[in-house]
Design a protein around this ligand. Structure first.
Ligand SMILES: [Zn+2]
Ligand SMILES: [Zn+2]
Length: 341
């Protein structure tokens, strides 16, 4: 178990609602999860970065949709909510009902496909009583209104005295570049990026106790990203790479132009020099599996960047402190089934 996961498992509920059936059972369940994860000898790191999903829109056997969870003491901040996000949070040993603060980079479907699941299911199944709070680009209000409409039937049928409407509320903040969140020494800053038909799109920088994590979001190489990533402990960077056959096709040029190629990543990394860069939101065509991953890193090296860079994998956890270390996905062996009723 990764040191620090205890933070999330031990987190007290923000709102205790004793009326909800199964509460005692749920607490026992979480206690069991806590015991599985306890490692008192390890102090909590400044931040943990859970690479929940490292894929783009493509279907691959081993990558869920793009989502990244930042964990700090009393903080669980989710950045984007791609396909499968709720399952991935659970498999990290974290109860999804505690993930209520969500930052969206932009509104492409591969970044919000998992949002309705995370909104509805922990509410009616796991007893989430806190509303969601969402930060996103202009258009987020409209998207959330559409989500509510899409689930209108389910809302009408499930809201009752046990599942009150309060837990389904969503507070939306449509953001502009600058500081968008600050709490207990943790600061989230948004910066504008360039994503063509995905604009307005943002990247995020998360700072805490002299350490920083930068999420590129979906963008091509842009000066704002270089500035934000300068000296960061960790840069979580999108990448796009096609086979030579597809790279030369005219209809692919628009796609290649709205994300970051390995050569552009090399340029960015040479300039920004983060302690570690990890590719996530990995968009590959005709470059399957490990061989394709190796081809991406080889192209970065060929373009002249020799520093620390690696391919991200789903559910890896990066510990941010004076050292930046990557741990493999936590085991799901013995993970209890999670059902609040
Ligand atoms: Zn995307
Ligand atoms: Zn996009």
């Amino acid at each position: 178990m990764v040191p620090g996961l205890v933070l999330s498992l031990a987190k007290p509920e923000r709102k205790c609602d004793d009326r909800i059936e199964g509460e005692i059972m749920r607490k026992l369940l979480l206690l069991a999860m806590l015991l599985l994860g306890t490692n008192a000898a390890n102090a909590a790191p400044t931040m943990l970065v859970h690479l929940l999903g490292t894929g783009g829109p493509e279907l691959t056997p081993d990558r869920q949709g793009y989502a990244t969870l930042i964990e700090a003491p009393d903080e669980l901040l989710l950045f984007d909510a791609g396909r499968g996000v709720m399952q991935q949070i659970y498999e990290q040993g974290i109860n999804p009902k505690w993930v209520t603060r969500i930052f969206l980079t932009h509104l492409h479907s591969d970044h919000i496909a998992g949002l309705p699941d995370l909104w509805m299911t922990p509410w009616f199944l796991l007893g989430r009583t806190a509303p969601l709070e969402i930060w996103g680009p202009p258009g987020t209000h409209k998207m959330i209104a559409g989500m509510r409409a899409m689930y209108g039937h389910d809302i009408d049928s499930r809201v009752d005295r046990f599942n009150t409407i309060w837990g389904l509320e969503v507070t939306v903040h449509e953001i502009v570049p600058g500081k968008v969140y600050e709490r207990a020494g943790l600061v989230v800053t948004a910066f504008a990026v360039k994503h063509a038909d995905g604009d307005p799109a943002f990247g995020y920088r998360i700072d805490r106790a002299g350490h920083s994590v930068v999420l590129s979001g979906d963008t091509t190489l842009t000066p704002n990203l270089v500035t934000a990533a300068k000296g960061a402990d960790l840069l979580v960077q999108n990448v796009i790479a096609f086979s030579p056959r597809l790279t030369s096709r005219p209809e692919m040029q628009m796609v290649l132009a709205k994300l970051t190629t390995p050569e552009q990543a090399a340029e960015l990394l040479k300039e920004a020099q983060p302690k570690l860069a990890i590719f996530s939101h990995i968009v590959k065509k005709e470059l399957p599996g490990r061989t394709g991953d190796d081809a991406i890193i080889a192209r970065v090296r060929l373009a002249g960047y020799a520093g620390p860079v690696q391919i991200g994998h789903d559910r890896e956890v990066v510990s941010i402190d004076d050292k930046v270390t990557v741990s493999p996905p936590p085991s799901t062996v013995g993970l209890p089934e999670l059902d609040g009723k």
